[in-house]
Ligand binder design. Structure first.
Ligand code: SF4
Length: 272
């Protein structure tokens, strides 16, 4: 495997990674020391706002291909102090990611993960793995919205049942490493009713909430609300007692921001 492209911007350095079978994914070095790696070639979850899963799933990456993304970036002379499994793919649906988390721990490179949930059984297992942070992409307060925006993932009732059962079994410090993500999309999930329904689910478990903005991608017309509405939503959720943060500038950059990473299956000759 090798890096076949590199593009830098104010906060991010974005790499194209080509594998032996011709498949290609992308990885991003955020802020000079945190590497966001891809876990699958494409994605089966099919979120309509995301470029990574727009062509479906070609295959999962193997353990050497996960580790190799770190190696390739280091070989270019960059430091990788932390790794996040938040690039192309749903990490919980790739069994090699469990081994990868243990391998990262052994190498003292703390691994965090962003997931749409995988399945009830997988989420249960991952809550107890030695990750350095698990962010659960929720993006909805109502089941119908969840089904539309995160179609190939567990529904809200399943997610919150697992969380209610398993968070109390974690130590206080481990519980603090579990957060919820809510990508705000105008006209889709930004109504007061939807946000109140989300807060009602999240509040009993005292989650930290990351509010994400949509990065423009070619195949989707979905967009986030304007800034004043984003601020008002943050204040509304905070007023319920939730601890809320907006997504960082690095995650909002066109170069490598959330949802913008691309995958090509083996034999796919489209240019990136
Ligand atoms: S947001 Fe994540 S889970 Fe959804 S399609 Fe993109 S890579 Fe897959």
């Amino acid at each position: 495997m090798r890096i076949d492209a590199e593009r830098s911007s104010e906060f991010n350095r974005r790499f194209g990674i080509r594998f032996e079978d011709g498949a290609r994914v992308e990885a991003v070095l955020y802020r000079g020391d945190t590497l966001c790696i891809s876990t699958q070639v494409g994605c089966s979850v099919g979120c309509p706002f995301c470029a990574s899963g727009a062509q479906g799933l070609a295959r999962s990456l193997k353990l050497p291909e996960l580790v190799g993304q770190i190696t390739c970036v280091r070989e270019r002379g960059y430091e990788v102090k932390r790794v996040t499994l938040s690039g192309v793919g749903e990490p919980l649906l790739n069994p090699a990611c469990v081994e990868f988390v243990h391998a990262c721990r052994a190498e003292r490179v703390p691994p965090s993960v962003t997931t749409s949930g995988g399945s009830a059984e997988l989420l249960r297992r991952w809550l107890h793995l030695p990750h350095n942070g698990l962010t659960l992409s929720v993006h909805a307060g109502e089941e119908s919205t969840r089904a539309r925006l995160v179609p190939g993932a567990p529904n809200l009732a399943t997610l919150f049942d697992v969380l209610q059962e398993h968070l109390p079994k974690l130590s206080r410090s481990r519980r603090k490493k579990v957060a919820l993500a809510y990508l705000l999309l105008a006209g889709e999930n930004d109504s007061d009713e939807e946000l109140d329904a989300f807060a009602e689910r999240a509040l009993p478990l005292a989650f930290d909430v990351q509010l994400y903005s949509q990065n423009a991608v070619a195949h989707s017309g979905l967009r986030s609300p304007e800034e004043p509405r984003l601020d008002a939503i943050k204040r509304r959720l905070e007023a319920t007692g939730l601890h809320v943060r907006r997504s960082s500038k690095a995650r909002r950059e066109a170069n490598g921001g959330c949802g913008t990473l691309l995958a090509l299956g083996p034999g796919d000759s489209r240019k990136q």
